[in-house]
Design a protein around this ligand. Structure first.
Ligand SMILES: [Zn+2]
Length: 131
């Protein structure tokens, strides 16, 4: 895996799980989510969303009790599990279609500087990120 500068050879910040979620319309990567073992500045496991330009990249620490859930969801590509855990970690997912869409496939409707609604290609509206 390339592009993760926090990964070092001692295993600090090791990637414990990773999944590229593909866009149902374009076949391109709609977004990527990685689970990292504890590393500065995080003293606990953390997840990183990247590649979905409408909401931008996101990093957040996770509770120890959720590590196994997320690791398994990423291993199996279970985007709905990820979405249920935290909707902002899977902004590319339309729960009504059960499909992922790249940022270019969503019609974006900003509510404010940081809150965006999106409409998927099938016409379903969801909050992509909130204030
Ligand atoms: Zn949809």
């Amino acid at each position: 895996m390339k592009g993760f500068s926090l990964v070092d050879e001692a295993g600090v910040g090791r990637i414990e799980g990773h999944c590229d979620f593909r866009c149902a319309s374009t076949g391109l990567v709609a977004g990527s989510v990685a689970l990292h073992s504890p590393a500065p500045p995080w003293n606990r496991y953390w997840v990183e969303l990247s590649g979905f330009s409408l909401t931008g990249d996101l990093q957040q620490g996770i509770e120890p009790s959720s590590v196994e859930l997320l690791r398994e969801a990423l291993r199996c590509g279970e985007v709905r599990t990820l979405w249920q855990y935290d909707r902002e970690l899977a902004p590319f997912f339309c729960p009504e279609c059960g499909l992922c869409y790249a940022a270019s496939a969503w019609q974006a409707h900003p509510n404010s500087a940081t809150s965006i609604d999106g409409i998927c290609p099938a016409g379903h509206r969801r909050r992509l990120c909130a204030d």
